[in-house]
Write a protein that binds this ligand. Structure first.
Ligand code: PEP
Ligand code: MG
Length: 585
């Protein structure tokens, strides 16, 4: 329930009135921000700053200077560097910078009354756009090279990214935020985010939960309604934003925060205890990760492995893929840190709402994403498989294929994996020859043919975020259909059950890595269904372990069987943690 602001307002006539806005809670936690709210209409917006004609020569000189400095830097690296690959890269940068047409075009743009910074941004945008969506990977890599050169020039032009000016502890209010921006903001140490659009199962919401950043989405016109100079509370439990809270409300929230910290501390006591039900059924508790830093958080919370690595986060903003070497280091590092526990690396699930898809599509979620993209871009797929295999020496890596909807896709993917293995054997490389290859179950089609798919997969992992989206025809990112996006809809539960049956028939394990694995009010339903592994964001690991340890498998089995038969879900399971309300002050 929401506090009645009018009751507590008369404490001081000078205080601005407390106001409340209601959004959708996307990541639990409370952020209290005094005088540091950062309202940004669009995070990556750069303004066209016209300059007066008399400043044009100095803007051109500024550009020339930045070009000279960039070339000097490159020359220095070329002199001191012995690595052949780095030398080649530097030579490419130097070639781009020395291109006379680049100089010409930028000067032309400056003459159209734009500043040097703006001219560089625009010219590189135009050049990158030519390559960023090219089908050929070498051409797309060209876009990355251009981006590096742009960055060098902008550094010398003294342009700083807007994100770098955001103070630590700020709550960000923006129309929307991309996962990449959120990662950068996390490094700055922001304390909360509020956006005008977004969905609870969108990647930025998932990431906010992983990083423990309180987040509220779907507040229309939040960037207009929230002033910069206010004290603000962002309640990621209830979705309430309180602007200029009264001292009473502030105290109430401070107490709430202390309570939460105590709860977390108490949970710390079960880290060493086994993740098993009262009747001793073992449930593996793993973590979903997007960044390397999250591996340590997972270990500290007692994770028994990494159940999902979303490798799409390695794809650069302009759509270029990381090199084999970059990937290899990353996978090896994760595998080493989590050893002896296993790590499931999901191959690039690009396209859809994620980065790296190669085409502009009418319906990206129904388009060329996940395994469909990889089978059409074999070079990307082979490079990733090679990087994974080369990191698999200690036999704790599994490969997972996303967006599977038919048997042919698994067969084709496995054929490519076998070819890469063959090549590595010829080269005498060390790798896990029996590396398990499993699949994501996230389309209704996959659930319906799970018995068949299970013959070719070593494990299943149910992606309930996409499964709900495709079953219910409701976009996981669209706040307007948030009510329709119900992962506990009987149709979704029945499809999940079909997947579990398919796995059992083939004697393979089945896990859940979708967001509902972290809903502690339905843990027993998932266990009762026969799920043997739950993979959740690290902040939820201990709460889920606590629920597992209180579950009786046999009871749980009876409850879920009844729900699946009747299609009726008792009330206690319907209220998810994301709907939790804050108490009245
Ligand atoms: C899912 O779809 O449930 C899932 C885990 O994958 P992602 O959220 O990355 O699409
Ligand atoms: Mg998915």
């Amino acid at each position: 329930m929401v506090s009645d602001s009018k009751n507590s307002i008369d404490q001081s006539k000078n205080l601005p009135e407390e106001r409340e806005l209601k959004g959708i809670p996307a990541s639990a936690g409370i952020a209290i921000c005094s005088q540091r709210v950062t309202v940004i209409k669009k995070l990556r917006e750069t303004k066209n700053r016209p300059v007066s004609p008399d400043r044009l020569p100095s803007e051109i000189e500024r550009f020339n200077e930045s070009q000279r400095k960039s070339l000097d830097e490159i020359a220095l690296t070329l002199e001191s560097e012995h690595d052949k690959t780095i030398k080649q890269i530097m030579e490419t940068y130097s070639m781009i910078l020395n291109d006379p047409t680049l100089q010409e075009e930028i000067v032309k743009r400056i003459y159209s009354t734009f500043s040097a910074v703006q001219a560089v941004e625009d010219e590189f945008d135009a050049r990158c756009a030519l390559f960023a969506h090219a089908k050929d990977i070498t051409l797309r890599e060209r876009a990355a090279e251009l981006d590096h050169v742009r960055h060098r020039l902008l550094v010398h032009l003294g342009k700083r990214k807007p994100l770098q000016r955001i103070p630590t502890g700020a709550v960000i209010v923006s129309h929307s935020i991309t996962p990449t921006d959120l990662l950068e903001l996390y490094k700055i140490g922001i304390s909360g985010i509020i956006t005008e659009i977004g969905g609870i199962a969108s990647h930025v919401s998932i990431l906010a939960r992983s990083l423990r950043i309180p987040a509220i989405i779907g507040i229309a016109n939040a960037t207009k309604k929230i002033p910069e100079d206010c004290i603000l509370i962002c309640d990621g439990y209830s979705g309430m934003v309180i602007i200029n809270p009264t001292p009473n409300t502030l105290l109430d929230y401070e107490q709430e925060r202390v309570k939460e910290q105590k709860k977390q501390k108490a949970l710390g006591q079960i880290i060493e205890l086994p993740s098993e039900t009262v009747d001793k059924i073992q449930i593996r508790l793993s973590a979903n990760i997007e960044t390397l830093e999250e591996v340590d958080a997972a270990i500290m919370s007692g994770a028994q492995g990494i159940g999902l690595v979303r490798t799409e986060y390695l794809v650069k903003n302009n759509g270029t893929f990381p090199t084999e070497l970059e990937q290899h280091h990353w996978y090896k590092e994760i595998a080493q840190r989590i050893f002896p526990h296993p790590v499931t690396i999901r191959v690039f699930d690009v396209g859809g709402d994620k980065k790296g898809g190669i085409r502009k599509e009418e319906n990206p979620a129904l388009g060329y994403r996940g395994i469909r993209f990889l089978l059409g871009n074999k070079k990307v797929f082979r490079t990733q498989i090679k990087a994974i295999l080369l990191a698999s020496e200690h036999k704790n890596i599994k490969i997972m294929l996303p967006m599977i909807s038919n048997v042919k896709e698994i067969k084709r993917a496995k054929k490519i994996i076998d070819q890469v293995k063959h090549q590595l054997r010829e080269e005498g490389a060390m790798f896990d020859n029996h590396i398990p290859v499993g699949i994501m179950i996230e389309t209704p089609a996959a659930c319906c043919i799970a018995h068949e798919l299970g013959k070719y997969a070593d494990f299943f992992s149910i992606g309930t975020n996409d499964l709900a989206q495709y079953t219910l025809g409701a976009d996981r990112n669209n706040g307007f259909v948030a009510e329709m996006f119900n992962e506990l809809h009987p149709s979704v539960l029945r499809l999940m059950n079909m997947a579990v049956e398919g796995a059992k028939a083939n004697g393979i394990p089945v896990s859940i890595c979708g967001e509902i694995a972290a809903w502690n009010n339905i843990t027993e339903l998932l266990i009762g269904m026969g799920i043997t592994e739950l993979s959740v964001a690290s902040p939820s690991l201990l709460t889920i372990k606590q629920k597992i340890r209180k579950t009786h498998f046999t009871n749980a089995k009876n409850i879920i069987e009844k729900i699946i038969r009747s299609g009726k879900i008792p009330k206690e399971y319907r209220q998810t943690t994301k709907k939790k309300k804050r108490r009245v002050s």
